[in-house]
Design a protein around this ligand. Structure first.
Ligand SMILES: Nc1nc(=O)c2c([nH]1)NC[C@@H]1CN(c3ccc(C(=O)N[C@@H](CCC(=O)O)C(=O)O)cc3)CN21
Ligand SMILES: O=c1ccn([C@H]2C[C@H](O)[C@@H](COP(=O)(O)O)O2)c(=O)[nH]1
Length: 310
């Protein structure tokens, strides 16, 4: 037995705590959750370590594709669906069904999103979610006579962050956020992984995420991978070594219909030390491709599927 606990033990302990002691209540989706407010976990990124869960298989490539999609500023699911990533389809699908009364299934809806650009424009957009805010946060400029107009190009928080890490590594303002108060109402879902902050310490880059709402059974595995991936990409672009990631949850919950997943996962023992390799160094943070990433030494236990609350 190793003398230090496996990094994933924090996750399993939190899961057990919430399942046993969380407040049970009806949430927005109507499914019901057990929930607590406030939790922190820390994971090392040293030597390419990546905090993938090992007690179930995590489809990290879907999470990586989602992260790369955010960085393009795209908010339409079409490109994700083209790449075989289905994690955002349920929200536009739900809106479409409600608006039209059609009983189209998910596969047929996705096929139509891919085949028909006009349909995708009309029904595939999530509103000004993550990507829009990260790289194109609306900016307004004077238009004369006391009037203002929306500037063609918004703030690119990610480009500014790379520059700031390089030029002012001692700064305590190295962050970006998706929580644009003025636009939250237009989003299919207000950002959950809402604020990312970075710190340079001893030549290492540390990354922190504040996640206001966390589906611990489903979303967390993707969110912690995404945090690790963006921290690694920023470190590479800024010639820093990866340090650690700190995850902070606001409302951290387990959906009541995830009982089978929770019981199964809590019965499993984490093992192994997966690594995330970045095989190239693109010329900017916006030029990474899925082929640049590789996970090695990942031998998880079997996948556990669970329904997503819409
Ligand atoms: N209830 C809820 N939980 C979430 O985690 C979540 C939302 N809603 N809404 C927006 C996004 C979409 N995200 C999702 C949605 C679905 C999966 C999911 O079904 N994951 C499965 C299969 C993944 C796959 O097929 O690639 C998993 O086992 O991880 C994960 C993240 C994260 N977010
Ligand atoms: O990246 C994500 C996105 C979403 N979630 C979860 C958290 C909640 O279960 C729902 C969002 O519902 P709200 O009512 O808007 O809080 O999606 C996640 O864990 N990770």
């Amino acid at each position: 037995m190793p003398d230090t606990p496996h990094y994933e033990q924090q996750y399993l302990d939190l899961m057990r705590h919430i399942w046993r002691h969380g407040d049970e209540r009806i949430d927005r989706t109507g499914v019901g959750t057990r929930s607590i407010l406030g939790a922190t976990m820390r994971f090392s990124l040293a030597d390419d370590a990546v905090p993938l869960l090992t007690t179930k298989r995590v489809y990290w490539k879907a999470a990586a594709r989602e992260m790369l999609w955010f960085l393009t500023g795209d908010t339409n699911i079409r490109e994700l669906v083209r790449q075989g990533v289905h994690i955002w389809t349920d929200w536009p699908l739900d809106a479409y069904r409600k608006a039209t009364g059609e009983t189209i299934d998910r596969d047929a809806f996705e096929a139509r999103i891919i085949a028909d650009e006009g349909f995708a424009l009309e029904w595939g957009d999530l509103g000004p979610v993550y990507g829009a805010q990260w790289v194109n946060w609306p900016r307004y400029e004077p238009a004369g006579e006391g009037l203002y107009r929306r500037a063609e190009k918004g703030h690119n928080q990610i480009a500014a962050l790379v520059e700031a890490i390089r030029v002012t590594p001692g700064s305590r303002r190295l962050l970006f956020t998706g929580w644009n108060v003025a636009e939250v109402a237009q989003m299919a879902l207000p950002p959950c992984h809402m604020t990312y902050q970075f710190q340079v310490s001893n030549g290492k880059l540390n990354g922190l995420l504040f996640q206001r709402s966390c589906d611990l059974g489903l979303g967390f595995a993707f969110n912690i991978f995404g945090l690790s991936m963006i921290t690694r990409m920023l470190a590479q672009q800024c010639d820093l070594e990866p340090g650690e990631v700190v995850w902070q949850g606001g409302d951290v919950h387990l959906y009541l219909n995830h009982a089978a997943l929770v019981e199964e996962q809590m019965s499993r023992v984490p093992s192994g030390a997966p690594k995330l390799r970045i095989k190239n160094r693109p010329s900017s943070i916006f030029d990474y491709a899925i082929e640049d990433f590789e996970v090695v030494d990942y031998a998880p236990q079997s996948h556990i599927s669970a329904p997503v609350a819409v």
